[in-house]
Design a binder for this molecule. Structure first.
Ligand SMILES: [Zn+2]
Length: 105
């Protein structure tokens, strides 16, 4: 993530990823607040990650009883593939927008 205040390239660690589920971060260098931008490409990439897992889960469901096994599969898919890819996309490709402190805009 490139800080929009000081251009410091801060790595999106797992700790930072989990502590900011809405994409609001603080630069470790200048302490400036910023928001990772939402875009069509970012939404499409998340769908591109989630859809194959969902389709595989549905395929598993057609060959098994109930949704337990497909559900466990989808949770494992999300943890092992979806979340790591999402973090990489957030870290490398989502643009950071500066957050203006409230009351100054
Ligand atoms: Zn900064």
């Amino acid at each position: 993530m490139l800080c929009p205040h000081c251009n410091h390239d801060a790595d999106l660690t797992w700790k930072r990823y989990w502590s900011a589920p809405l994409g609001r971060h603080q630069c470790p260098e200048c302490l400036g607040q910023f928001q990772l931008e939402y875009s069509i490409g970012q939404i499409a990439s998340r769908l591109g990650i989630a859809l194959p897992g969902a389709l595989l889960a549905i395929m598993i469901h057609t060959r098994t009883e109930g949704w337990l096994i497909p559900g466990v599969f989808y949770v494992a898919y999300s943890c092992l593939i979806g979340l790591p890819l999402d973090r990489v996309i957030d870290n490398r490709w989502r643009k950071a927008m500066p957050l203006v402190p409230s009351g100054t805009a």
